[in-house]
Write a protein that binds this ligand. Structure first.
Ligand code: E4P
Length: 218
């Protein structure tokens, strides 16, 4: 399973990378717009920190523009994967880019049907938007599970990349379901680490040890 970090912050990427679990970085226009940096700088900086892929989303809304942007992103760093929306233009662009060998996949996915179209087009990934699917009144985790199960049944190699994850309950349910990949905010990753009872346990061991000499000084 791949774990990606959903952020434009170099500090948060470095901090998460030190945990040894970050396989890459996902970005989107909203995440980049929240900074005062250029998209190129965000992608290049992330790519300098992590070895794995950095995902960059196209802004164009027509297929020609998407293809142009996706190709241009390839100059920013190695391992850039273009994110194309699950629109008619996005699927057309995906077909053209995959034919040319430009790494690209489908994002803003809200249904099993969209995911299947992307997989049939040999998308590198499909990103169901778990939290936003919930917001729309459907079940984001259940939709993602169904996508994973269809891909497994059909032998599709497209990575199911669960996105728009809001909490660890969504994440752990998807781990149980065998999801291929997940992207999460640094806050959700931090919530994987932090547990009050672990803090209590560690404090208890320290209290039990008291003022004895540290082990390596014995
Ligand atoms: C990741 O690639 C997605 O763009 C991101 O997870 C979307 O999350 P949001 O719904 O919180 O914007």
């Amino acid at each position: 399973m791949n774990v990606y970090l959903d952020t434009a912050s170099p500090e948060r990427i470095r901090s998460a990378d030190r945990l040894g679990v970050v396989d890459g970085v996902t970005t989107n226009p909203s995440i980049v717009a929240d900074t005062d940096r250029r998209y190129r700088d965000v992608v290049e900086t992330a790519a300098d920190i992590v070895d794995g892929p950095v995902f960059a989303q196209v802004l164009a809304e027509d297929a020609d523009g998407m293809v142009r942007e996706a190709r241009g992103y390839q100059d920013w760093a190695d391992h850039v994967i273009a994110k194309l929306p699950a629109t008619r233009a996005g699927f057309q662009a995906l077909a053209r880019l995959r034919a040319d060998g430009v790494p690209s996949g489908t994002t803003v996915v809200f249904s099993v049907e969209q995911a299947v179209l992307a997989a049939k087009n040999d998308a590198a990934f499909v990103a169901p938007y778990v939290g936003r699917i919930d917001d729309s009144g459907a079940d984001g985790v259940a939709t993602t599970r169904r996508i994973q199960s269809v891909f497994d049944a059909q032998g599709f190699e497209t990575e199911v990349l669960a996105a728009s994850i809001r909490n660890t309950t969504q994440a752990t349910t998807l781990y149980e379901a065998g999801v291929d990949a997940i992207t999460m905010s640094p806050d959700v990753l931090d919530a994987h680490v932090d547990h009050p009872e672990t803090e209590n346990g560690v404090a208890g061991f320290a209290a039990a040890w008291g003022d004895r000499d540290p082990p390596l000084s014995e």
